[in-house]
Design a protein around this ligand. Structure first.
Ligand code: PRP
Length: 187
């Protein structure tokens, strides 16, 4: 899906398909180098990270294993409480593994911080993260993201995995929604 398909709902494009591709390609080159002699396990957090995982993995030259986790962060409205629960656990035993978490966005930072702690507790040899987006204005905790992508302002953004009401995930760029799309929605 492209911007033209949802033009009426979009305020402006924040990141084009080409800008996203560029950042992911650059990160892949660094990850290739850093994990050259390691058997990296890419762990994507469902659902938003799927697009990023596909793009990142396709630019890697090394062999990477993939796994998935579905997490839920309960809170009031759009505010994360930090109480993360596992909806669907990963299938690989991470003991002794070099895990690279793949995320679409760091918002409060609570999900990624919680997941990194969990993987350490489970005995991973190393735990790092690639996050395509970060909203610094919303960060509640500091998370050490070794492979950061773009910093974006505190706006309601969709596309490239990010949704509003489960829509726009398959948009090939990242864009800010017009307030009319979500105004009146208290969730
Ligand atoms: C998003 C995103 C991260 C998390 C970041 O997932 O994919 O996992 O929120 O938020 P935080 O930094 O405040 O913890 P979401 O819960 O919206 O689910 P989704 O990926 O299925 O859309």
């Amino acid at each position: 899906m492209q911007i033209a398909d949802v033009q009426d709902d979009i305020d402006r494009v924040l990141l084009t398909k080409e800008q996203i591709e560029k950042k992911i390609t650059e990160a892949a080159a660094v990850i290739d180098r850093d994990y050259k002699d390691k058997n990296v396990l890419l762990l994507a957090v469902l659902k938003g990270a799927v697009n990023t995982l596909v793009a990142l993995s396709s630019h890697l030259h090394l062999n990477a294993q993939m796994d998935f986790m579905s997490l839920s962060s309960y809170g009031s409205g759009s505010e994360s409480s930090g109480k993360v629960t596992i909806r669907q656990d990963m299938s690989v035993d991470v003991r002794g593994r070099h895990v690279l978490i793949v995320e679409d966005i760091v918002d409060s930072g609570l999900t990624l911080s919680w997941l990194m702690d969990l993987l350490h507790q489970r005995g991973a040899a190393s735990v790092e993260a690639f996050a395509l987006l970060n909203k610094p204005a919303r960060n509640k905790v500091h998370v050490d993201v070794k492979y950061p992508g773009y910093e974006i302002p505190d706006e309601f953004v969709v596309g490239f995995g990010l949704d509003y009401d489960e829509k726009y995930r398959n948009l090939d760029s990242i864009a800010a929604l017009k307030p009319k799309v979500y105004e009146g929605d208290q969730s």
